[in-house]
Design a protein around this ligand. Structure first.
Ligand code: PEP
Ligand code: MN
Length: 333
């Protein structure tokens, strides 16, 4: 349920109303927008008399929210959420470019790629230390040692870092990580999501391999229900019957989610296609369709990459993509 307040309502009047709602057992989320204040009620609102609330002199409108996701709902928070992380912003017109290798492989590799992507305009550095591989016999990442190297690259470049978590027990290792990625395979690891909800870290929540937008928003809701509202959604393609591409990029998710949620939406054309040559056209399309950013895999030697080489761009190719994306952004702004 949402309650839109009339303009000019005093903080005391507002506080009294919130107290009354809370006495009835619901949590109140306040969204102070440019033009109006919205009180979002989460919990069992069935006992709250809608007509009674509507009749209050300070209330403009009252509406029941039918969608099961409340905190992530745009109706709760009409303005776009802007996430601020390590001196950079994502959302509300701020375009993020997250780039780096699929996995951290050595000090030389991560520092070299970090410097290169920064030069080309990346706003964040990515690199996997804990890798969710389909085969247990494949490279599983450098784990703690990889995180150390990623932190070195952060220090060397000043770029905020994004890296994936697979186990909530590893959280202490992520203290200096700016953005914690929840990968596609863990999108519905509800125990992990609940633990992340207790932190104040920014979470990059990737769409599950075969999940609907509603499933995805409900996973965001798990994190938000715990009190952590710093979430960036990442469309990375979904499983379909197609085999020429690794996944099928669902670009329609960008405008659809834009209407459903206030959270920023970035697109990962690398995992969405699995083919380096398709990354640029899909990155341009995502920018044109209104994404708040991109996540692109870049490797200094894709042929020798220990993970996802075929979809990784060289630093030169990445530089070219960023230039063209910026042109698209200017054109659609
Ligand atoms: C990744 O970003 O390296 C990754 C494993 O992505 P996804 O979870 O989207 O497959
Ligand atoms: Mn990868």
């Amino acid at each position: 349920m949402i309650t839109v307040l009339k303009s000019g309502v005093t903080t005391e009047q507002r506080a009294k109303l919130i107290e009354w709602f809370e006495e009835q057992g619901v949590k109140v989320h306040v969204s102070e927008g440019e033009y109006q204040t919205v009180l979002g009620l989460v919990g069992d609102t069935s006992k709250i008399d809608e007509d009674l609330v509507s009749a209050l002199s300070i209330v403009e409108t009252v509406k029941r929210i039918s969608e099961p996701f409340k905190n992530a709902n745009r109706k709760f928070h009409p303005d776009n959420t802007i996430i601020e992380v390590g001196g950079t912003k994502v959302g509300g017109g701020n375009f993020a470019i997250i780039a780096g290798p699929c996995s951290i492989e050595s000090r030389e590799q991560i520092i070299e790629v970090a410097n290169d992507v920064k030069k080309s305009g990346a706003t964040m550095l990515r690199g996997g230390a804990f890798k969710p591989r389909t085969s247990p016999y494949d490279f599983q990442g450098m784990k703690g040692e990889g995180l150390e190297l990623l932190l070195e690259a952060k220090k060397a470049t000043g770029l905020p870092i994004v890296t994936e978590i697979m186990n909530a027990n590893h959280l202490p290792l992520f203290e200096d990580v700016d953005v914690i990625q929840v990968g596609a395979r863990n999108m519905q690891n509800f125990e992990l999501l609940k633990e992340l909800g207790k932190t104040n870290k920014t979470i990059l929540l990737k769409r599950g391999l075969a999940n609907t937008m509603k499933d995805w928003l409900m996973s965001a809701e798990y994190i938000m229900a715990g009190g952590n509202e710093n979430i960036i959604l990442c469309e990375r393609g979904i499983r379909t019957f197609e085999t020429y591409t690794r996944n099928t990029l669902d670009l329609s998710a960008i405008p659809m989610l834009r209407s459903l949620t206030h959270l920023p939406i970035v697109v990962d054309p690398s995992h969405a296609t699995g083919v380096a040559a398709l990354v640029e056209p899909m990155a341009l399309a995502a920018a044109a369709a209104g994404a708040d950013g991109l996540m692109i895999e870049v490797h200094n030697n894709p042929q020798k990459a220990l993970c996802d080489g075929p979809q990784s761009l060289t630093p030169e190719q990445f530089d070219h993509v960023v230039r063209r994306v910026n042109k698209v952004l200017e054109a659609v702004r």
